[in-house]
Write a protein that binds this ligand. Structure first.
Ligand code: GDP
Length: 197
């Protein structure tokens, strides 16, 4: 699935810059520092893929990558970065909102949550937005290696309970770690299933 080239298609910071709706799109979202770049890199086996979107000043861009011509991976800008000024946050929210609302080929948004911290208020806001836009999403816990074995089950259960009544949430919560490659194969399987639908 991830063999072949991963090509950076384009960045989009306005609606007009979004690429045409062509083929299946899968997006990754999460708070700044959640481990999104690391996860996208682990997933694709490429260390340079998510670097483009990593500078905190450049947080408003959506970055589109073609994965072997099979699907488009969208690296959404990290949210909740405190130092970004209000006007930028508003522009970001607008773009994301418009992108999510109109994107018929967007099969799923993977919402990354730091397994040590669980759902924060800002994550809940993002899930609310996805439910409202009726965009299918799945929670992916990151940095699973940082949890003690005994904490894992409770963390997953807690999240499952929190999303149980959310209309657009996919019930399965994935536990991953880019550091020790945990859950990456499961995430790939999830994506493969979406492409087969
Ligand atoms: P992004 O801002 O969401 O793109 O996050 P990064 O991928 O840049 O990671 C943010 C921080 O979390 C860095 O210090 C990473 O080393 C750390 N990190 C990322 N993935 C993992 C992981 O799987 N386990 C642990 N323990 N730390 C991680």
């Amino acid at each position: 699935l991830f063999a072949g080239a991963a090509d950076f298609l384009r960045p989009a910071s306005t609606l007009a810059e979004l690429p045409p709706m062509d083929g299946v799109e899968i997006a990754f979202a999460g708070r700044s520092n959640v481990g999104k770049s690391s996860l996208v890199n682990a997933l694709t086996g490429r260390n340079t893929l998510a670097r483009t979107s990593h500078t905190p000043g450049r947080t408003q861009q959506l970055n589109f990558f073609s994965i072997g011509g099979r699907f488009t991976l969208v690296d959404m800008p990290g949210y909740g970065y405190a130092a970004v000024e209000k006007a930028k946050v508003a522009a970001w929210t607008d773009l994301i909102h418009n992108y999510l609302k109109g994107r018929a080929n967007l099969a799923r948004v993977f919402v990354l949550i730091d397994s040590r911290h669980g759902l924060k208020a800002i994550d809940t806001d993002v899930l609310d937005g996805l439910d409202k836009a009726a965009v299918s999403y799945q929670v992916v816990l990151t940095k699973g290696d940082a949890l003690k074995k005994g904490e894992v089950e409770a963390r997953i259960r807690g999240i499952q309970a929190a999303i149980a009544k959310r209309p657009a949430a996919y019930p399965e919560v994935l536990l991953t770690s880019s550091r020790d490659d945990q859950g990456i194969a499961e995430l790939r399987t999830s994506i493969a299933r979406l492409l087969a639908e």
